[in-house]
Design a protein around this ligand. Structure first.
Ligand code: URA
Length: 436
């Protein structure tokens, strides 16, 4: 078999066979297929797509390309959630201990990754001392004891995705349905969850720009996951503006804690309910989504969700006191208020650009070696559709460096569009649709 023939075949829109897909994944991981040929293949897939059979086989081949985790030591159904990414997404920090307090078993492996803010692991390090590295035995014991653990990926999990994702990032081939599906679902298959709820984000801060594209991606991921024997469903969520008001590591953790205290923003609360109730259904803890929401509400109101976060932080070596007093986390030196230039209505937020402003402040990584400043970020004071008066605060930028602040402020200003006062602006609810 020759890679050039497979590229030729895909270039003409023909379907690849199982053997051909195995050949290309094996060859790419062992280095016998070079990046330039894989780039051409990724671009051919981007333009010509893949049918369901091909995507299923690609996903399974990627999942098997390295280690797979055996979580059979954890009693009960292991449920996970996955977000396709966004700005201000602190959902996992609130949701995972919350559903664990309702009886679910969540054994979550997380990466650090590049992006607007750190990944979930970076954010959790806002709890001084928090450790995400642990042995498999400790991980299994913690999930059996308190229902949840969030740990760094160890071993050689899905090396095909690691290589291919980096290549796609550099060759403008990330936003292909076949390649996103195989990337996300292969990692979930390899990391051992029995059931997964996907949060498929959509809008200016997401890969999928329209609800139609997001539903199509969700349906494909669910179908492939089910073919591989896992229970899956999805929530399509709005990423046309940041989730909640906080963007940045400590700022997001503080907002997640506020959510578990019942004082969080309505959109963060709603996405947690939408994802969590489905996690409880897939775990056989609730019979219906409505029942799942009722169980979650009870555990939020009686304080057990917040207590479970404190238990998780303590079990992983973090300072539990910061769960009860998040205001003690380090604060940035400069708080710069950004104000509205005139009376009007916020008509659009370029979510990506708000994320970039946070990254420029030092809140995210551009390269894997960058060190994140946990205390910087942005607190929005207004969201899309809200009226503003000239000079009224729209956001506060939290910075530790004047030069970075100046750059971030420019980006932030460009990210916000205003319409004349009185204009009615179309906004989406945070949960746009569900695919059960
Ligand atoms: N997240 C992933 O893990 N992979 C993709 O391809 C896109 C988002």
């Amino acid at each position: 078999m020759r890679m050039i023939d497979l590229i030729e075949k895909k270039k003409h829109g023909e379907a690849l066979t199982d053997e051909e897909i195995d050949f290309l994944i094996r060859g790419y991981v062992d280095g016998s297929i070079p990046d330039y040929q894989m780039s051409a293949m990724a671009m051919a897939i981007y333009f010509k797509g893949m049918d369901t059979e091909e995507i299923t086989h690609l996903t399974i081949a990627m999942a098997k390309s390295g280690d797979t985790y055996d979580l059979s030591g954890i009693r009960g159904i292991k449920v996970d959630k996955h977000s396709s990414g966004g700005v201000g997404d602190k959902t996992s920090i609130a949701l995972i201990p919350w559903v664990a307090s309702c009886g679910a078993k969540v054994a979550k492996m997380s990466g650090r990754g590049l992006g607007f803010t750190g990944g979930t692991l970076d954010k959790l390090e806002s709890f001084t001392g928090f450790q995400s590295g642990m042995t498999k035995e400790y991980f299994v014991r913690q999930v059996n004891d308190i229902g949840c653990a969030i740990a760094a990926q160890t071993g050689n999990l899905d090396p095909a995705d690691k290589k291919l994702y980096a290549l796609r990032d550099a060759t403008a081939t990330v936003d292909s349905k076949a390649l996103i599906t195989s990337s996300i679902v292969s990692k979930k298959l390899a990391s051992g969850a029995d059931a997964v709820v996907f949060d498929v984000t959509c809008g200016s801060g997401a890969f999928m720009k329209t609800p139609e594209q997001a539903v199509d991606l969700a349906q494909t991921m669910i179908e492939i996951g089910r073919k591989a024997g896992r229970k899956m469903c999805a929530v399509i969520s709005n990423m046309d503006e940041p989730l909640g008001y906080a963007v940045g590591n400590i700022l997001e953790v503080q907002e997640a804690v506020a959510t578990l205290r019942g004082e969080g923003p309505a959109d963060v609360l709603e996405i947690c309910y939408a994802l969590g109730s489905r996690m409880l259904v897939l775990s056989d803890i609730a019979g219906t989504v409505e029942e799942g929401r009722a169980v979650m509400k009870q555990h939020l109101e009686d304080g057990s969700a917040l207590r479970r976060l404190a238990e998780m932080v303590k079990a992983q070596g973090g300072d539990e006191d910061l769960v009860w007093h998040p205001e003690k986390m380090p604060d940035a030196k400069i708080h710069k208020v950004v104000t509205a230039p005139s009376d009007g209505v916020i008509s659009h937020m370029e979510c990506d650009e708000i994320g970039n402003a946070s990254m420029v402040l030092g809140g995210g990584r551009e390269t894997a070696d960058d060190v994140i400043d946990l205390s910087v970020g942005i607190i929005l004071k207004k969201k899309t559709g809200e009226s503003v008066k000239k000079g009224e605060p729209v956001a506060v930028l939290y910075a530790n460096d004047e030069k970075r602040l100046a750059d971030a402020e420019k980006r932030f200003d460009c990210a916000i569009d205003y319409a004349p006062a009185g204009t009615r602006v179309k906004t989406y609810p945070v949960v746009i649709e569900t695919v059960d």
